[in-house]
Ligand binder design. Structure first.
Ligand SMILES: NC(=O)c1ccc[n+]([C@@H]2O[C@H](COP(=O)([O-])OP(=O)(O)OC[C@H]3O[C@@H](n4cnc5c(N)ncnc54)[C@H](OP(=O)(O)O)[C@@H]3O)[C@@H](O)[C@H]2O)c1
Length: 281
């Protein structure tokens, strides 16, 4: 099995759990020197940047050389480019799609021929509850996760006849390096003068980290191991479900979004986020 983004969080936990469960795991990262703890568990370390074609080809070639095909691909690498839609630089928005959408799509293209040839394979996409609902300040991130939902649905149909399963794992709030990375890369923080999004951005920044630490939603969140166990369940069951929401936060908020009218969802968001441009007083 090949796991992307194994340097931390969900990818690291998944590679570790599956190696401990007896799978041959190729743990990959942009900086393979971050994979020491996983190689100690028996994982093989590979350099893999999902925005780099040559790097993706080389990683897949190593696994195919050793085993004929990648049996299980876990598309996990990803991050959130947060910020008000108006203020995110388009180069950053494109980078967001390169990593979260085109990377996994291209890697999937690269592994499919050998999976088809052997008549067996599994593609696990780490989506998000954020592929079914949207928080203000996360427009580009959510757009990538909605895209992953659509790609997974199309692919599931297209490759089922070749013996290949496609599964979406949809984590809720999981305590990893994700929030810190999102906070560090958030657009609009350095805006000066009469920035109309100043208060909004500050609120998004506070909730990006706070939601994992405090309050009801933090209690309904989970750990990377919860996601790793869902991945293991998805790849060991003979007939996997199309989607595996992980944690109560994903089930609760996903369910709520599915039943609430759009305006009601917006009102709910207005209780947690400062609305830009809205006069107060
Ligand atoms: N944590 C949550 O609450 C949550 C919820 C729903 C979904 N998810 C999804 O879960 C996945 C893993 O996130 P996480 O929570 O485990 O966060 P994390 O701890 O920040 O891990 C993200 C991983 O992605 C890697 N990565 C980023 N850009 C990459 C690239 N171009 N090529 C290869 N690897 C790259 C990072 O590697 P570097 O060390 O090289 O930066 C890191 O290993 C993401 O797809 C995320 O959207 C997370």
């Amino acid at each position: 099995m090949l796991v992307t983004g194994s340097s931390s969080g969900i990818g690291k936990a998944t590679a570790a759990l599956l190696a401990e469960s007896g799978w041959v795991v190729y743990a990959s990262a942009r900086r393979p020197e971050t994979l020491g703890a996983l190689t100690d568990l028996g994982c093989r370390a590979l350099a893999l940047d999902v925005t780099d074609e040559a790097s993706m080809r080389a990683a897949v070639a190593v696994v195919e050389e050793d085993h004929g095909a990648v049996g299980v691909l876990v598309n996990n690498a990803g991050f959130s480019q947060s910020g008000a839609l108006e203020q995110v630089d388009m180069a950053d928005a494109r980078r967001q799609f390169e990593t979260n959408v085109f990377g996994p799509a291209r890697l999937t293209q690269l592994v499919l021929p050998a999976m088809r040839a052997q008549g067996w394979g599994k593609v696990v996409n780490i989506g998000s509850m954020g592929g079914r609902l949207t928080f203000p300040g996360g427009g580009y991130y959510h757009a990538t996760k909605y895209a992953l939902e659509a790609l997974s649905d199309a692919l599931r149909f297209e490759v089922a006849g070749f013996g290949i399963d496609v599964v979406l794992v949809e984590p809720g709030f999981i305590r990893t390096g994700f929030a810190a990375a999102a906070a560090a890369g958030m657009s609009g923080q350095s805006a000066e003068g009469d920035d109309p999004y100043r208060e909004f951005t500050a609120g998004v920044l506070a909730s990006t980290t706070g939601v994992y630490d405090r309050g009801l939603l933090a209690r309904l969140g989970g750990e990377p191991d919860d996601v790793a166990r869902a991945v293991r369940e998805a790849i060991t069951t003979s007939r996997p479900k199309a989607r595996y929401p992980v944690t109560a936060s994903a089930r609760l908020l996903g369910g709520l979004r599915a039943v609430l009218p759009d305006r009601a969802w917006d009102s709910l968001m207005a209780r947690s986020f400062v609305q830009p441009g809205r006069r107060r007083g």
